[in-house]
Design a protein around this ligand. Structure first.
Ligand code: SF4
Ligand code: F3S
Length: 106
């Protein structure tokens, strides 16, 4: 499956959800995840993300491996999102920051 990683936290642009042919995205307070049971690995969401937050599972960076399980876990709890919506007001302030996982709201 494809995996949403750290760069999405706080930015949550939602450009990704409009292109997903199987509506695999799930929405939390400041982060999106992909349901691995729905994703068909079409990869069209990757270039849509302005934060470059989405990776194929085999390409997830070594220091972000925990996001693979996190996407699966949170996808079971969070509701579906199928249409783009405005990013958070402070999205630009989160751009490119590292160590954001501690600020992930569940
Ligand atoms: Fe949806 Fe394709 Fe992205 Fe999977 S890879 S989340 S199916 S757009
Ligand atoms: Fe997040 Fe990028 Fe989608 S910032 S909401 S993965 S477009």
């Amino acid at each position: 499956a494809h995996v949403v990683c750290e760069a999405c936290i706080g930015c949550k642009r939602t450009d990704c959800v409009d292109v997903c042919p199987v509506d695999a995205f799930r929405e939390g307070p400041n982060f999106l995840v992909i349901d691995p049971d729905e994703c068909i690995d079409c990869a069209v969401c990757i270039p849509e993300c302005p934060e470059a937050a989405i990776y194929a599972e085999e390409d997830v960076p070594e220091d972000q491996q925990e996001f693979i399980e996190l996407n699966a876990e949170l996808a079971r709890e969070w509701p579906s999102i199928t249409h783009r919506k405005p990013a958070p007001d402070d999205a630009d302030e989160w751009r490119g920051k590292t160590g954001k996982i501690q600020f992930l709201k569940k």
